[in-house]
Design a protein around this ligand. Structure first.
Ligand code: IPE
Ligand code: IPE
Ligand code: MG
Length: 283
C-alpha cells in the first residue's frame, strides 16, 4: 500500500512537465510568446476550419461574409505555424461534400480561393512555404485549378513550412484512389497483392512523404472529423475547440498546442515501460 503510494507520488514528480522555455519573437513587435520546447511541438497539425456560417449568422450577415472573415484567421494561423517552426500544416478548406451547398455559397468560396492564392502567393513563397493541394484538383473550376497548380509549381522546391490545403478533398475518395493506384501496379505485374506494405499505401495518398498528423484541431464545437484525413489521423490527438473559425487566432492556437503538449501519447503501450520490458506481473 505504502509502496504503491510512494511510487505514484514519484511518478507524479518525475512526469516530464512541458517547460515553456522557447520564446518566439513576434515579427509584428507584439509581446513574445512562451513557446513549447521543440520536443513537445507537433510535427504535423491538421485543422478543420469550421463555423464560418454560424459566425456570419450570429451577426445577421450572409454566410459568404463568414467565409471572407475566415480567410483572415487562415492567414494568421499560417503565419503563426511558420513563426513557430511547425513542419506541416494541413487545412480543410473545401470537402467533396461541400458541393452540396447552394450555388451562391460555392461560388463565394471559389471566388475567395482565387483571391487568396493571388494575394498570398508572393509572401508565402518569400517565407519559403511549400504549398501542396490535397484533393481532386481536376474537379475544380478552370481558374481555380490553374491558380493552385501555379502555386504548387512555384513553391515546390521551398524547404520551409509544408502547407497543405485540402480542396475538393474527401478521405474516402483518397483511400479509394490509393487502392486503385496500387491495384494498377499489381495488374501491371510490378508487385504481388500480399507484398503491399503500409509504406506503399502511404506513398499513394495525397500526403505522401509527410509525417502522420500529430494534432487535429476542429473549431466550432462539432465533434466529428467529417471525412478529413482518416488514414493520417489514426493516432492523432484531437482537440475540439468551441470557438468559431473567424474568431480563432494565434492565442487559441497556442492554447491548443499547450493542451497537446500536456497529453500522454501511449500508442497502445503502457506509460513508463519500454517495448518488451519485464514488469513485476510478467517476470
Ligand atoms: C467552414 O464553415 C467552411 C467550409 C466548410 C468551407 P461552415 O461554412 O461549415 O460554417 P458552419 O458550420 O455552417 O457554421
Ligand atoms: C468540414 O466542415 C469541411 C470544411 C471545414 C472544409 P463541414 O461544415 O462541411 O462539415 P459537417 O457538414 O459539419 O460535417
Ligand atoms: Mg460547418
Amino acid at each position: 500500500m505504502f509502496a504503491e503510494k510512494l511510487s505514484s507520488m514519484l511518478n507524479r514528480l518525475l512526469k516530464p512537465q512541458p517547460k515553456y522555455i522557447t520564446v518566439a519573437a513576434r515579427p509584428d513587435g507584439a509581446a513574445p510568446e512562451r513557446m513549447l520546447p521543440p520536443d513537445r511541438m507537433p510535427a504535423h497539425v491538421a485543422i478543420i476550419m469550421d463555423g464560418n456560417g454560424r459566425w456570419a449568422q450570429n451577426r445577421g450577415l450572409p454566410r459568404s461574409a463568414g467565409h471572407a472573415s475566415g480567410t483572415e484567421a487562415l492567414r494568421d494561423i499560417i503565419r503563426a505555424s511558420d513563426d513557430w517552426g511547425i513542419q506541416a500544416l494541413s487545412l480543410y478548406a473545401f470537402s467533396t461534400e461541400n458541393w452540396a451547398r447552394s450555388k451562391d455559397e460555392v461560388n463565394a468560396l471559389m471566388g475567395l480561393l482565387l483571391k487568396y492564392f493571388n494575394s498570398e502567393i508572393d509572401e508565402l513563397d518569400e517565407k519559403n512555404v511549400c504549398i501542396r493541394i490535397l484533393g481532386d484538383i481536376d474537379g475544380l473550376p478552370e481558374p481555380q485549378r490553374e491558380a493552385v497548380e501555379r502555386a504548387m509549381e512555384r513553391t515546390r522546391d521551398n524547404t520551409g513550412l509544408k502547407l497543405n490545403i485540402a480542396l475538393n478533398y474527401g478521405g474516402h475518395a483518397e483511400l479509394l484512389r490509393a487502392a486503385q493506384r496500387l491495384a494498377r501496379r499489381v495488374q501491371a505485374g510490378e508487385m504481388q497483392p500480399e507484398e503491399i506494405t503500409k509504406e506503399d499505401f502511404e506513398a499513394e495518398l495525397y500526403t505522401a512523404g509527410l509525417p502522420p498528423v500529430d494534432l487535429l484541431i476542429r473549431t466550432s464545437g462539432e465533434v466529428r472529423t467529417s471525412n478529413f484525413l482518416p488514414w493520417q489521423t489514426a493516432y492523432a490527438e484531437m482537440i475540439f475547440d468551441p470557438v468559431l473559425w473567424p474568431d480563432y487566432d494565434r492565442a487559441h492556437y497556442l492554447k491548443n498546442l499547450r493542451e497537446y503538449a500536456a497529453r500522454d501519447r501511449r500508442y497502445g503501450g503502457v506509460k513508463g515501460e519500454t517495448c518488451g520490458e519485464n514488469t513485476e506481473e510478467n517476470s
